[in-house]
Design a protein around this ligand. Sequence first.
Ligand code: PLP
Length: 354
Amino acid sequence: SFSLPVMDTAVTPSLDNPVRLNFNENAIGMSGTAKQAAIDAVPKANRYAKAEILLLSKRLAQYHNVSEEHILLTAGSSEGIRSAIAAHINPNTQLVIPELTYGDGEHFAKTFNLKITKVPSLKDWQIDINGLRKAVENHQGFSIVYLVNPNNPTSTVIGYKEVESWITSKPKNTLFIIDEAYAEFVNDPVFRSVDSLIFQGYSNIILLKTFSKIHAMAGLRVGYVVSSPDNIKNIGQYVAGEKLNYCGVCAALASIDDNQFLTYSKKATDVSRNIMEKVLSELGLHYLKSETNFIFHKSPIELGQYRELMKKNFILIGRDSNPATNWCRISLGTPGEMLYVANVLYGLREKSLI
Ligand code: PLP
């Protein structure tokens, strides 16, 4: 019964205005009220957003059922990843990650000269929790486990039973950084946020969140960390002062209470995913069950060639996802954009180019 106006919007991409499916952005754009709040904040932005930052922390605490002392605002979750790692470097620290995941954990850990332990995936790039556990157990020293759930670039989820049984077993010298950037898109009930464990008092978890995805605010740079008050105090020393940009903070405050927009953002993504899954199935291209605003599929030809071919048709698709050679990550655009993409893919198949 939900109406999707964008369904009727035919898109006419061009070289200068391509369909951008390469960065997992949210193509529908920000909530109208958030946009207005950002505009209204511009004349105030000669000041720091002190009062609004407090309001946003309060609102986010309420949202996650924790106290304000459990929340730290960050400039996107990227700053969250970097500061969470920076705050937990002990002697002999290793970063443990699945071999195929979002690159920022590894990237920042390298800047701190941490040992990186990558754990091979199971079939179809499924994350091997037992393998990760073993990597922690085999290490003499401190382990930071960076888990992206749902994962990027695979778009798949790890069930809460696996995640929670590991975390609640409180393995010694182990800290879990759980990046739930895409959680609001998930349909599969095996997923559950770890925020409830933080509420229960587990202090071995750092939850990272962002307004870049479901809220469509990637360019406004608002994210936050949820963790125990002690962890928050510690991580707080490593962020650039929690002085977020005024427009972003005001937009976030408006967006978090715009339920109509959030429902729309999710539904539009579901419709776009349905379009893409139908095309991939009909073309016989293997894909993983998507729980986010992107989908991971076997490239029909060598990935670089596929990317070029799509670019000629004004569609930008994802980069290499090592070590998944010739697998392609396509972000989900608006339903209108995905209908365009579908037509392009069918056309390329007709010409036997893919
Ligand atoms: N975490 C994951 C899993 C992501 O995919 C991204 C961006 O694509 C980020 C974090 C960083 O996003 P931001 O800094 O905009 O919150």
